[in-house]
Design a protein around this ligand. Structure first.
Ligand code: NAD
Ligand code: SER
Length: 315
């Protein structure tokens, strides 16, 4: 692992993943070498931990000037419109999700950046993909605009790798669960809200049905996977579209039962809304054998361990 001479720009650093990834990368590369940026004002969780810049990833010229001025060598692009918000405004979601990755790939090519990270999602899979242990290569017919944009983005990443040699690396994150920064409008957000409500009111109205299984991962594992992928030697990375990544799968009923082991009078009620159809279009579990075999991925958190850690930290 080389920690020397890298200058990292994180775009979307104020979001659910961005905050934790910024803090983790600052520990490795030094706070001055990891520049957090976002369209929004600096997330208070990042204040005092290193430099912050206001950046709009839709503005290619402005972004390129930042890259040149700050002598950036790597970009982590986290800015995106997630699944639930995207379904409410599909054209806006397509515009943001596509333009931002195209801007970053072009800048990576022009400025000869060493590495790019851009996350894809389990949302690339659709109702015709296998529901159980969905493999990395299979039928891919996404039905949400979020999934369509992520799948198109994967193709662009592979294109820039094949055609221009841009070292772009990507993971198909499952729903990520964390207690630090709030989630940004996805279908898996229920599995975060449920912990907050369990502690606050001991009751939760869930927007998914009780038996809706989805692939999920604790943020600690998600951050570690990202850093391990980015630090893996180039010859180990055989996939420049995006790697399947898995840790656990559970339903609202199962996570509620796990929370009840700690808060016995916690109650859950099911009030499915438009997000039910999104969840039903995605696989229930993911096969990530390529990530495990090629760069050694292994999750550490299951549902019980994650629940214990979430409740301990939120208290
Ligand atoms: P988030 O919505 O919490 O954060 C995104 C951040 O990007 C926000 O702070 C937002 O202000 C910023 N942003 C939006 N438009 C921008 C722009 N034009 N320029 C600069 N910043 C902009 O999202 P997240 O959950 O942290 O997700 C990060 C990435 O991971 C996204 O690509 C998302 O699709 C992907 N992902 C997330 C999950 C999950 O469960 N959180 C799962 C799969 C994939
Ligand atoms: N957590 C994300 C969402 O629900 C999946 O990419 O949108």
């Amino acid at each position: 692992m080389s920690t020397k001479n890298e200058r990292i720009l994180i775009i979307g650093a104020g979001g659910q993943i961005g905050v934790e990834l910024t803090l983790a990368l600052r520990n490795i590369y030094g706070k001055e070498n990891v520049i957090a940026s976002d369209l929004k004002a600096e997330n208070p969780l990042l204040t005092g931990t290193g430099p912050f810049l206001h950046v709009d990833a839709m503005d290619k010229n402005g972004l390129q000037q930042t890259v040149q001025k700050e002598k950036i060598t790597q970009i982590y692009l986290l800015a995106a419109v997630l699944s639930a918000v995207g379904e409410k405004n599909p054209l806006m979601a397509w515009g943001v999700n596509m333009q931002t990755i195209l801007n970053v790939l072009e800048i990576a090519r022009e400025e000869q950046l060493t590495k790019i990270f851009w996350p894809s999602s389990i949302a690339i899979f659709g109702a015709t993909s296998p529901k159980q242990n969905c493999p990395q290569q299979t039928i891919v017919e996404p039905t949400t605009i979020y999934g369509i944009s992520k799948y198109a983005g994967e193709s662009w990443c592979e294109y820039y790798y094949e055609k221009y040699g841009v070292d772009v690396r990507s993971l198909r994150y499952p729903g990520l669960i964390s207690y630090k920064s709030a989630p940004g409008g996805g279908t898996t957000d229920y599995a975060i809200d449920i912990f907050h409500q369990a502690l606050k009111t001991k009751t939760y109205d869930c927007f998914l049905d009780e038996d809706t299984y989805l692939p999920m991962m604790y943020m600690d594992d998600g951050i570690r996977a990202t850093i391990e992928l980015m630090e893996a030697p180039a010859e180990k990375i055989k996939n420049h579209r995006s790697y399947n990544l898995a840790a656990m799968s559970f339903s609202p009923k199962e996570i509620a039962a796990e929370i009840q082991k700690h808060i016995p009078d916690f109650r859950i009620h099911y009030k499915p809304d438009f997000r039910q159809a999104i969840a039903e279009s995605w696989p229930q579990s993911i096969d990530d054998k390529e990530a495990r075999a090629e760069w050694g991925w292994k999750p550490e958190f299951d549902l019980a361990k994650m629940t214990e850690d979430m409740l301990k930290n939120l208290k």
